[in-house]
Design a binder for this molecule. Sequence first.
Ligand code: AMP
Length: 297
Amino acid sequence: MDVLVSPAQMQHTALAWRRAGRRIGLVPTMGFLHEGHLSLVSRARAESDRVVLSLFVNPTQFGPSEDLSRYPRDFERDRQLCADAGVEILFAPTPDTVYTPDHAVFVEEPALSQRYCGASRPGHFRGVLTVVAKLFNLVQPEVAVFGQKDAQQARLIRQMGRDLNFPVRILTAPIVREPDGLAMSSRNTYLSAEERRAARCLNEALRLARRLYARGERQATVLRDRLRDAIAQHPLARLDYIAIADQDSFAPVETLMRPAIVLLAVWIGRTRLIDNALLPDNPLCNLPPDGDQEILN
Ligand code: AMP
């Protein structure tokens, strides 16, 4: 495996591969890799013959009061995991080479990027779309794999791909979870033992949504209220938002006539966690089955 830090060298290598007829698969990450990231590598591996994993903690997608400076990093461990997973290039550029001092052009989507996570994190998706557009140009992928864990992000990247005519197939891979159902995330490492237990409330709430839906509940306000109450039971949890949206357009829905997505963001102490579920249930979200002990009301 090669480690490249220079964007110019990455692009040069990618263009040479393309000329030689290689199909490049890209997995963009911010590092501190876990099984979720590695599942994206497996998917890219299956769909291409050269896998590039980018490791870049993108400063433009963090707000001024967010966790950019304390975001977890362990380059040596990530390098080993990538080598073991059969990645061909680990692309780990530095911020000053990705954003030169005179960088001025950004990619913006004005509607969906302002909702849900975008409302809580102003400017976040502008930073995400811009860095993904840059990575598409630097890595020249035929396919790029993103996680359903960040469902709104994946939806916006698909839209960017269509609207700006990127010749990239954008794939979404299922959420990988811990045994108790918590969606894997580099940010889980921030949690104390007590917070880690409280963090179960996200997937418990989503499973409640799934049960209510299976029993015929179709009113978004009822679902939201029930989930809000369930999260309020946990003293360490503070709801950021719950939204119920159309699965295709991500527009908010009031009555669930078509497939929907429940989007959830919850603060556990100083850590903001997100998760989502598709209604009807879908393997992409990989929610654990419900145990007998769970009581609906
Ligand atoms: P991040 O490093 O958190 O920016 O994530 C990089 C990519 O990995 C994104 O496409 C995420 O959606 C995806 N990802 C993160 N966590 C998971 C997970 N638990 N399961 C599947 N994909 C994930």
